[in-house]
Design a protein around this ligand. Structure first.
Ligand code: ADP
Length: 349
């Protein structure tokens, strides 16, 4: 009997909550078959304690149904998200030199305020870490619309030192962006082929210095560009940004599936543009409500919080002064700081 038969049986096992099977998810690390005993090793990165036993049980059932198999041994290894396992050769293991934790900000589609969220989150991290004498940075990989330089009031080109790029400094953050390297009028079709090369450069050839935490602003969507990105950069985990309308849940879940496929740990879901507060304190749910919380529930991850719809957020973005710095007492700024604290605890634990 060939190993193929075992693999075939494994490919009938679905990842809990997904229609996709565990083989195509890339989480099966090794398969052995000897004297009727099938041994399977599975590596996953999940914070949901119910998933490893659920996978183990389904694998056992599937393999025991193969007539030649008399004994089944399933090992499920938790990769914890920090060091993704090399099960399918797709997950990177080498870290970015000098950088301790890397958190990606992702969204299933554009226009949800992902970059605004990433920039303000990075500023909140920088503030929190400054008290510890540590630094934060932001890597803007949004090839289609690199808006981080504008949002941080930066322009120009970074210095090149030998083979290395020196990140620019913006509001206590070390910043590297596609926007520094690509002219605004570079056609988007031409940017695609540059993605992998640039990302590799960003993670290996940027002199980040000592950073406690790096925020990565991923391109919107779930296509090849995003996939190669999360495969190239070793991530501590990812945050999904969504808007409140229930329909956004589907889009966000598509993003989550892509992350799961490459064993990236989902640290939580944040909801942007959640509500508009009137001067009398009443709240209007302009874009609907509940999308963020529902997405987090569906993905069995934490709901990190809500960022209000606030004209000052848009103005801060356009003026290069993120609201976390421009108005630290605002509800939005407080929400960003609270989310940053939760995430810092998560990646450090
Ligand atoms: P994405 O990165 O998802 O495409 P952006 O961060 O570029 O989205 O945001 C799109 C626009 O919405 C920007 O003009 C930004 O200033 C604005 N925006 C984002 N979040 C908010 C918010 N909570 N309140 C008001 N405006 C926002």
């Amino acid at each position: 009997m060939s190993l193929e038969k075992i693999k075939q049986a494994l490919s009938t096992v679905k990842y809990p909550g997904f229609s996709r099977d565990i083989v195509s998810f890339g989480i099966v690390r090794s398969v052995d078959f000897e004297n009727g005993k099938a041994s399977v090793s599975i590596a996953i990165s999940t914070s949901d304690a119910s998933i490893p036993p659920a996978i183990r049980d389904s694998v056992e059932v599937a393999l025991k149904a193969v007539p030649e198999v008399s004994e089944v041994d399933v090992t499920v290894v938790l990769s914890g998200g920090k060091k993704p396992s090399q099960n399918d050769g797709s997950a990177p293991t080498e870290g970015i030199p000098g950088v301790k934790h890397v958190i990606a900000v992702s969204s299933g589609k554009g226009g949800v305020g992902k970059s605004t969220f990433a920039v303000n989150l990075a500023c909140a991290f920088a503030d929190i870490l400054e008290a510890e004498g540590k630094k934060a940075g932001i890597m803007d990989c949004d090839i289609y619309g690199p808006s981080v330089p504008l949002m941080l009031g930066l322009s120009g080109r970074p210095f090149v030192e030998g083979e290395s790029l020196i990140p620019m400094d913006g509001h206590k953050l070390s910043v590297m962006s596609m926007g520094f390297l690509v002219d605004e009028d570079t056609p988007v079709v031409w940017r695609g082929p540059m993605v992998m090369k640039t990302i590799q450069q960003f993670s290996q050839n940027v002199k980040w210095g000592e950073l406690e935490l790096l925020v990565v602003d991923l391109p919107p969507g779930t296509g090849d560009a995003q996939l190669s990105l999360v495969q190239t950069i070793p991530l501590s985990g990812a945050v999904l940004v969504t808007t409140p309308q229930p329909a956004a849940t589907q889009v966000a879940k598509r993003g989550a599936r892509m992350l799961e496929k490459t064993n990236v740990k989902i640290l939580g879901v944040a909801e942007n543009m959640s509500y508009l507060e009137a001067p009398d304190g009443s709240r209007q749910n302009i874009f609907g409500e509940g999308g963020g919380e529902q997405t987090a529930k569906d993905l069995a991850t934490e709901f990190l919080g809500q960022i209000p719809l606030d004209q000052a957020i848009r103005e801060g973005g356009d003026a290069g002064m993120p609201i976390v710095l421009a108005n630290p007492e605002s509800q939005a700024a407080k929400a960003f700081v609270s989310i940053a604290r939760t995430l810092l605890d998560k990646v450090r634990s």
